[in-house]
Design a protein around this ligand. Structure first.
Ligand SMILES: NC(=O)c1ccc[n+]([C@@H]2O[C@H](COP(=O)([O-])OP(=O)(O)OC[C@H]3O[C@@H](n4cnc5c(N)ncnc54)[C@H](OP(=O)(O)O)[C@@H]3O)[C@@H](O)[C@H]2O)c1
Length: 280
């Protein structure tokens, strides 16, 4: 019989992370899950199950990440699937958001992901196998959303580094998937997750309207079910040839096509001029 696989999931006290933890434990996988607050994770995940290792981790601290990953490897004897899930949204125009607010978002969404990659890769490389899901967003592929520029920038960064990462670790038998969800009904748009500028500027009416639409209208009404997303990810983790890009949800699927079609049309429309640049 195939040995039980071990997953490591960051940001697991709510949303996608928690949905994954619950389903994986129910299906008999080993799960090491991280949270900034272990008590919150333990109470959200329910009664402790065999095969569950809750870990308190600050993904922005390299030392904390290394300590947690080492504990998971010592406890389970290895890690098979890594999910870089922890992240948060930031709504505000580029002019409104302070340097500290922008860097904070990059610190978690991008540098946190890199900390986990650096701590887990030595183990995956040594065992000659592994699977990494980097959770980016449809906003990491399609950026036409007023007020979401910095969040999109963090997720475009995740998308970009994931493409290179996949090529780098393929020789070690490690598979990598960039997950780009559309709107899913998690805590993502609720206070406690989403952040807004400390110094808003009234003139940015479109941005405030988008903020209100997301916090008051879309929040709680997102079409995507995180439990179904977790099911899809578990199925993909078991596939021999997983996709590099996994757009989750009908909305993400539609926006990905919209972007691809627009880029293709512009490529052709401007081809004559844009390619007239070689030495001749
Ligand atoms: N829901 C969506 O519509 C959607 C769409 C596209 C992409 N995503 C991405 O999906 C991932 C999971 O989000 P979710 O939708 O499940 O949202 P969520 O319910 O708010 O959960 C986010 C998780 O990330 C961690 N997190 C949040 N803010 C953090 C911070 N400042 N520092 C460190 N960790 C933090 C939290 O972990 P702890 O509190 O346990 O530490 C939390 O469990 C994120 O990367 C998000 O960008 C979500």
């Amino acid at each position: 019989m195939k040995q039980k696989k071990t997953w490591l999931i960051t940001g697991a006290s709510k949303g996608f992370g928690l949905a994954l933890v619950k389903q994986l434990l129910q299906k008999g996988y080993n799960v090491a899950a991280t949270s900034r607050t272990i008590a919150q994770l333990e109470s959200a995940a329910g009664p402790s199950a065999p095969g569950f290792l809750p870990l308190e981790m600050d993904i922005t601290s390299e030392a904390s990440v290394k300590e947690g990953v080492d504990k998971a490897v010592a406890h389970f004897g290895g890690i098979d699937v890594v999910v870089n899930n922890a992240g948060y949204g930031l709504i505000g125009s580029l002019e409104e958001l302070s340097d500290a607010e922008v860097r904070g978002n990059f610190e978690v969404n991008v540098f946190g992901t890199l900390n986990i990659i650096r701590a887990t890769m030595p183990h995956l490389r040594k065992q000659g196998s592994g699977f990494v899901f980097n959770i980016s967003s449809i906003g990491g592929f399609y950026g036409d959303f007023p007020g979401w520029g910095i969040y999109c920038a963090t997720k475009f960064a995740v998308h970009g580094l994931t493409e290179s990462f996949a090529a780098e670790v393929k020789p070690f038998g490690v598979k990598v998937v960039d997950v780009a969800p559309g709107y899913f009904r998690t805590n993502f748009l609720s206070s406690g997750s989403i952040l807004t500028p400390a110094a808003p500027i009234d003139a940015y009416k479109e941005v405030r309207d988008s903020q209100a639409a997301h916090q008051d209208g879309i929040n709680g009404n997102q079409p995507g079910d995180p439990d179904k997303a977790a099911e899809v990810m578990i199925a993909v983790s078991e596939s021999e040839n997983p996709p590099l890009h996994l757009f989750l949800g009908e909305d993400a699927y539609g926006l990905a096509h919209k972007k691809i079609d627009a880029v293709k049309a512009q490529l052709e429309e401007w081809r004559h001029l844009a390619t007239a640049t070689s030495f001749s």
